[in-house]
Design a protein around this ligand. Structure first.
Ligand SMILES: NC(=O)c1ccc[n+]([C@@H]2O[C@H](COP(=O)([O-])OP(=O)(O)OC[C@H]3O[C@@H](n4cnc5c(N)ncnc54)[C@H](OP(=O)(O)O)[C@@H]3O)[C@@H](O)[C@H]2O)c1
Length: 270
C-alpha cells in the first residue's frame, strides 16, 4: 500500500511531489501517481522511482491517501470517478482553489476524510507557504500527515475554511505581487544608472534578505525598518515617498481583491 496517491501530475502536483521526495517526507515506494496522460506518469515514475498506475481505480486501491491536484473544474469528475463505490474511508487532500470542503465531500462520497490545502508556487523550491483546513471526517492523524508533507516544502498554518480566502490574498496569490515589487525596485535601479542585470540581482536578494530578517529575528517589521531609518537619512526619505504614494493601502487593497475574487469563485454558480 502506498502512503500517497497523486491525481494530476500538472504544475502543482509535480512541484509538490518533487518536494515531498526531495525533502524526505516520502520515499519513492510510498508514492503512486496517476494522471490523464499515461506516458507523463510513466516518465515521472522512471525519473523518481515512484509507481505509475494506469487507472484511478488502481490508484485508489493501492493508496491510503489521495492528493487531488487537478484544476478546480476537473475536481468533481476526478473524485467521483476515483471514489464511486469505495466503502473504505480514504483521506482526500485537495489543493484546488475555490472548491469547498462540502463540495469535495459531495464529489468524493460522505464516508471519505477531507483536508483542503492552499499552497503557493515557491513550494517548487522548498520555500512555500501553505494553509491546512480540516474538512468532514478529518482526524488528528490525517492533519499530522498533511502537515508533515507540506512542511517539507515550506511553512504551514492551520486555518478554518472561511479564512482560506484571506490566505489566498496573503500568500496563495501573493508571489505575483512580490515579483511586481522586485521588478519595480529593479526599474528604480535602472533609472538611477545601474545595469538591468545588476539591479535585478540586487533587488531580488534584498527582498529575500529582508524576508529572512523578519523570520529569523522575530522582530516586528516596523522595528526592523526603524532600525535602518536614520534621522534625516536616505531610507526615511524613501519611506516618506512610499507612504505618499500609498504603498501600504495598495498592498492591503491587493490582498482584499484576491480574497474577494476567491469568495466569488467559491459561490456555487461559478
Ligand atoms: N499553480 C498554482 O500556482 C496553484 C497554487 C495553489 C493551488 N493550485 C491548485 O492546483 C491545482 C492544479 O493546478 P495546476 O496549475 O497544477 O494545473 P495543471 O498544470 O493543469 O495540472 C492538472 C493536471 O491534472 C491532470 N488531470 C486532469 N483531469 C484529470 C483526471 N480526471 N484524472 C487524472 N488527472 C487529471 C492533467 O492531466 P494532463 O496533463 O494529462 O491533461 C494535468 O496534469 C488547481 O486546482 C489549482 O487551483 C495551483
Amino acid at each position: 500500500m502506498h502512503d500517497l496517491g497523486l491525481i494530476g501530475l500538472g504544475n502543482m502536483g509535480r512541484a509538490l511531489t518533487d518536494g515531498f521526495l526531495a525533502n524526505g517526507a516520502l520515499t519513492p515506494p510510498q508514492l503512486a501517481v496517476f494522471t490523464r496522460t499515461e506516458e507523463k506518469a510513466q516518465d515521472y515514475a522512471a525519473t523518481t522511482g515512484c509507481t505509475a498506475v494506469a487507472s484511478l481505480a488502481e490508484l485508489v486501491n493501492s493508496s491510503s491517501a489521495l492528493l487531488a491536484a487537478v484544476k478546480p473544474y476537473q475536481m468533481h469528475e476526478a473524485l467521483s470517478a476515483a471514489l464511486d463505490g469505495v466503502t473504505e474511508s480514504k483521506l482526500v487532500i485537495s489543493v484546488a482553489a475555490g472548491v469547498t470542503c462540502d463540495t469535495l465531500s459531495a464529489s468524493a462520497g460522505a464516508n471519505h476524510r477531507i483536508v483542503r490545502v492552499m499552497p503557493n508556487t515557491p513550494s517548487l523550491i522548498g520555500a512555500g507557504a501553505s494553509s491546512i483546513t480540516a474538512g468532514p471526517n478529518a482526524t488528528e492523524d490525517d492533519l499530522a500527515f498533511v502537515e508533515k508533507l507540506f512542511s517539507s516544502v515550506g511553512i504551514c498554518v492551520t486555518v478554518p475554511e472561511d479564512k482560506i480566502h484571506a490566505v489566498i490574498g496573503v500568500s496563495g496569490s501573493a508571489p505575483a505581487y512580490v515579483y511586481t515589487f522586485i521588478e519595480a525596485l529593479a526599474d528604480g535601479g535602472v533609472v538611477q544608472g545601474l545595469s538591468r542585470a545588476d539591479s535585478l540581482k540586487l533587488a531580488a536578494q534584498t527582498v529575500l534578505g529582508a524576508a529572512r530578517m523578519v523570520q529569523e529575528s522575530g522582530d516586528h517589521p516596523a522595528v526592523l525598518r526603524d532600525a535602518v531609518a536614520s534621522p534625516g537619512g536616505t531610507t526615511i526619505a524613501a519611506i516618506h515617498s512610499l507612504e505618499q504614494s500609498g504603498l501600504r493601502a495598495a498592498v492591503i487593497d491587493a490582498a482584499a481583491a484576491a480574497a474577494n475574487r476567491s469568495r466569488e469563485m467559491s459561490r456555487p454558480s461559478n
